[in-house]
Design a protein around this ligand. Structure first.
Ligand code: ADP
Ligand code: MG
Length: 300
C-alpha cells in the first residue's frame, strides 16, 4: 500500500536518489511532513502542571497528520504519557490547546470513538474471556453482544486471535495478551491509534513480531498512529516521523521525517541493513542532543 512505502515527504525534501545518505531523516521545525495532509490532532503551546506542582510539559506544539506513524521518543519521565493522554482527551492541558479538527466530538468533549488507546500493560479483566475483553468498548457504548459479535471477532482476527475468543487471559502469553489489548483498541474502528510503550515488557522476538503487526495494521486500516517509546531502535524501525522530546519539562525538541522510499519495506532484511544502522545512529544523536536542550521559555 502506498503509505507504508512512500509516506508523505516534506514539501521541501530532497528526492531520495539525490540524497547522499538515504538514511538521513529530514529535520524540521515544529511542523514537519506533508502540509497537504489533514491534521488529526493539533497541540498548541500545551503546558501541563500537575496538582502537586510537577511541570510535566512546557509549551509543547505539534500537529499530527492523517496517515502518519509518529513516535514520541524521549527519556523516562519526560512527559510522553502525559502528552499521549492529552492527545487522547484523557487529560487536559493546564495552558494551551488541543484540537481534533477532523473528529466527531462526543458529548463529554472528547473524540472517543475516533481514538483507540493501548496502554503500557494489557489491563485485561482476568475473569473474562478474550471475547469479552475485546468487546468492552462496544459494551460501554451500549452495543449488545449479539449485535456486535462480528465486529469483535473481526478485531480478534486482525490480531490473529480469532481462535482464542473463549480463552482466559491467564491462558495466553504476554504477547497474546497485548494483542487482545490492541484488538480492544481497534474494535471501535478508530482513525487514531495511540500506543503508550505497549511492548516494553515483552521479550525482543515478541516485540519485533508485534512491531511488524502494528505496521501491517497501520497499512491495512489506514490508521494514524502515535507511538510512545524510549527505544531508539523501535522508533527508527516503525516511524514515518519521530518527535524527540527533551527531558522534563517535556516538549518536542527535534522533529524528523524519516525516509521510507519505495521498495524499502520494514522487514528482517531492513533490520540488518546499514540503512537501519545509520538511521538508529542519527536518531540516537538526536535523543542525546535532546537531553541537553535548554528548557522552553516561560511555560507555566
Ligand atoms: N498524575 C500525576 N501527578 C503528578 N505527577 C505526575 C502525574 N503523572 C505523571 N507525573 C509526573 O510527570 C512527569 C512526566 O510523567 P510521564 O508523562 O508519565 O513521563 P513518561 O511517560 O515520559 O515517562 C514525571 O515526573 C511524573 O512523575
Ligand atoms: Mg510513560
Amino acid at each position: 500500500m502506498r503509505r507504508a512505502l512512500t509516506p508523505e515527504t516534506p514539501d521541501d525534501a530532497t528526492p531520495d536518489d539525490a540524497t547522499p545518505d538515504a538514511a538521513a531523516p529530514a529535520m524540521a521545525g515544529p511542523v514537519a511532513g506533508a502540509s497537504s495532509s489533514r491534521c488529526v490532532v493539533s497541540l498548541r503551546d500545551v503546558t501541563k502542571r500537575f496538582s502537586n506542582g510537577t511541570l510535566a510539559l512546557s509549551r509543547m506544539t505539534m500537529d499530527i497528520r492523517k496517515g502518519e506513524f509518529v513516535s514520541l521518543l524521549g527519556p523516562s519521565g519526560c512527559g510522553k504519557s502525559t502528552a499521549l493522554r492529552i492527545i487522547a482527551g484523557l487529560g487536559s492541558p493546564s495552558q494551551g490547546t488541543v484540537d481534533w479538527p477532523a473528529s466527531r466530538i462526543e458529548r463529554d468533549g472528547r473524540p472517543d470513538a475516533d481514538v483507540g488507546f493501548v496502554f503500557q500493560e494489557p489491563t485485561l479483566m482476568p475473569w473474562k474471556p478474550v471475547f469479552d475483553n475485546a468487546y468492552l468498548p462496544l459494551r460501554l457504548k451500549g452495543g449488545s453482544k449479539g449485535e456486535v459479535r462480528d465486529r469483535v471477532m473481526a478485531a480478534l482476527e486482525t490480531v490473529g486471535l480469532k481462535d482464542f475468543a473463549k480463552a482466559y487471559p491467564r491462558e495466553l502469553s504476554g504477547g497474546m495478551r497485548m494483542r487482545v489489548s490492541i484488538a480492544r483498541a481497534l474494535v471501535t474502528d478508530p482513525k487514531l491509534l495511540l500506543m503508550d510503550e505497549p511492548f516494553g515488557a515483552l521479550d525482543e522476538i515478541t516485540r519485533q513480531k508485534l512491531n511488524d503487526d502494528v505496521l501491517r495494521l497501520w497499512n491495512e486500516k489506514d490508521l494514524t498512529v502515535v507511538f510512545v517509546t524510549h527505544s531508539v531502535f523501535e522508533a527508527a524501525y516503525l516511524s514515518s516521523r519521530i518527535a524527540v522530546m527533551g527531558a522534563r519539562p517535556g516538549r518536542v525538541v527535534s522533529d524528523m521525517v524519516l525516509p521510507r522510499p519505495e521498495g524499502r519495506e520494514r522487514d528482517e532484511a531492513f533490520r540488518l541493513s546499514e540503512t537501519y544502522g545509520d538511521l538508529c545512529r542519527t536518531v540516537s544523536q538526536a535523543l542525546a542532543g535532546a537531553m541537553h536542550a535548554p528548557p522552553a521559555g516561560e511555560g507555566a
